[in-house]
Write a protein that binds this ligand. Structure first.
Ligand code: GLN
Length: 478
């Protein structure tokens, strides 16, 4: 079967009888089993997906199919799907089954998307390489000695390796954008609050945002358009009307674009990544867009502020996993206190425990003001400064990650190096603005390079349209 890069192509082939939903699902199931070594899926809902496919083929024949008919999707193991296991790639949730379906997932199903399985990720979405998963890392399909990025690593590999057409992930500090960059696909995180978080396992609630990983900008637009919007199960979700993003993908406007000067001077920035992003900048300039270097004096504060706040929120959110009502429980306990301690010590992996301890520390009475309160204030400054720049510029562009996909094990012993690699993605998360990573080149080893764009809150339409324009432009130039 041919490899599809967008729902549009699939729908055209379904319409002219070239393919059925059932054949699509069969094909993806075959690919998943042939590429099992990539460790992208923790579980495949094979029989169920095939049955769904048959039902949707019927609907297609009757003309009653929804707008995502033909779309075969994988979901990151942090999204609830009723009656299915849900583990956040952690031993802590061994044996846990969702009692309800996440709003975002339900909306996809309501439009006839087919959910093919649940995907590997960093444990509780904490990480940038998929190496903290209790089920071992997913592997980058371009070079299996390398990481796919994280935390939505399995989700990115699945799209990269044609194991499904699209994946739904979560992005707290870059977890959709960075793996998309490492795997040569599109990763889109909408504005904070654009999509209901009901049924998304909480990591850092004031940052957590559902996002999508796809091969085309159009599919990303379509999926977010279906998932976004008000939901009575999440009082923090935005009630703003949701534009039909997928119908607003053409633009011939000349934009004003800023790039943060110091981020290109960053010593950790790989030369090939830098050159690739700069060459896109030149192409855009040539095409008549205005591009200017801007200063962002808070660059050095991004990573520390992010890690103080997310560990604080995580330490509070993960307090619920205590072995009492559900999930893993240590078997050698003697009393209530040892039940808590042993369950949490044995159930959580190293990185999750590190973050719970850091978070507990920054929230402790003696240090609260010095860390947590201060970080909240700095976050406000970061948001204000970012919003201010986005008043002058339609977009801020920067690399998605300072390097291409690194070797498995390369950063495991050095958590700080791993955290610093989030330098370019956490700004959008701290500021709550939408951001996207699109594949714009490859390094000498053939590894993919992602360009990141941010825009003003709720201006997803121009972000998507301009990303589409850039990808077209690059293909033409190449
Ligand atoms: N790499 C970042 C972290 O470890 C991002 C995680 C995420 O977005 N879920 O926190």
């Amino acid at each position: 079967m041919r490899q599809y890069n967008s729902l549009r192509d699939i729908r055209a082939d379904i319409a002219n009888g070239q393919v059925t939903c059932r054949q699509l699902v069969e094909n993806y199931i075959r690919n998943i089993s042939e590429k099992e070594n990539l460790n992208a899926f923790l579980e495949v809902f094979g029989e169920e997906a095939l049955a769904q496919a048959e039902a949707i083929d019927q609907k297609m024949a009757n003309g009653t199919a929804g707008k995502l008919a033909g779309m075969v999707i994988g979901i990151k193991d942090v999204l609830a799907y009723k009656g299915h296991s849900l583990q956040a790639s952690s031993k802590m949730l061994d044996g846990f089954e969702s009692l309800y379906t996440a709003t975002a997932v339900q909306r996809l199903i309501d439009e006839d998307a087919i959910i093919i399985g649940r995907q590997n990720c960093d444990e509780f979405a904490m990480g940038g390489s998929n190496e903290t998963s209790a089920f071992g890392p997913a592997l980058n399909a371009d070079d299996t000695s390398r990481v796919p990025g994280g935390s939505s690593g399995g989700s990115a590999v699945a799209v990269q390796a044609d194991l499904c057409l699209a994946s739904i992930g979560s992005d707290t500090g870059g977890s959709v954008r960075q793996p998309a960059s490492f795997c040569g696909v599109v990763g889109f995180k909408p504005t904070y609050s654009r999509i209901s978080r009901y049924g998304l396992i909480a990591f850092a609630s004031s940052f957590d945002q559902i996002g999508v990983i796809t091969k085309s900008v159009e599919d990303a637009a379509l999926l977010v358009e279906v998932m976004a919007g008000k939901d009575e199960m999440d009082s923090t979700v935005s009630h703003r009307p949701v534009p039909a993003y997928s119908e607003l993908l053409n633009t011939d406007k000349k934009y004003k674009i800023g790039y943060i000067r110091d981020s290109f001077e960053n010593e950790g920035l790989n030369k090939e990544v830098k050159d690739s992003i700069l060459s896109v900048k030149d192409i855009l300039k040539e095409a008549g867009h205005t591009i200017e270097a801007v200063d962002f004096p808070l660059l050095d504060y991004l990573v520390p502020t992010y890690y103080i706040l997310i560990t604080a929120e995580a330490s509070s959110n993960l307090g619920r996993y205590d072995g009492v009502k559900y999930g893993f429980r240590s078997s050698n306990v003697t009393d209530l206190s040892s039940l808590y301690k042993k369950t949490r010590s044995e159930g959580f992996g190293e990185e999750v425990k590190r973050r719970i301890m850091l978070g507990t520390f920054v929230l402790s009475a003696d240090y609260y003001d010095a860390y947590y309160t201060k970080a909240q204030k700095v976050r406000r400054l970061i948001k204000e400064k970012t919003d201010e720049l986005l008043q002058t510029y339609d977009f801020l562009i920067l690399p998605t990650a300072p390097t291409t996909a690194f070797k498995i094990g390369e950063n495991v012993e050095d958590p700080l190096a791993m955290y610093l690699a989030d330098i370019f993605t956490v700004q959008a998360s701290l500021a709550g603005v939408p951001a996207i990573s699109i594949p714009v080149g490859r390094d000498a080893n053939g590894l993919s390079i992602g360009l990141q764009l941010m825009t003003r809150s709720f201006e997803e339409p121009q972000l998507l349209a301009f990303s589409n324009y850039i990808l077209d432009k690059i293909t033409v130039e190449a």
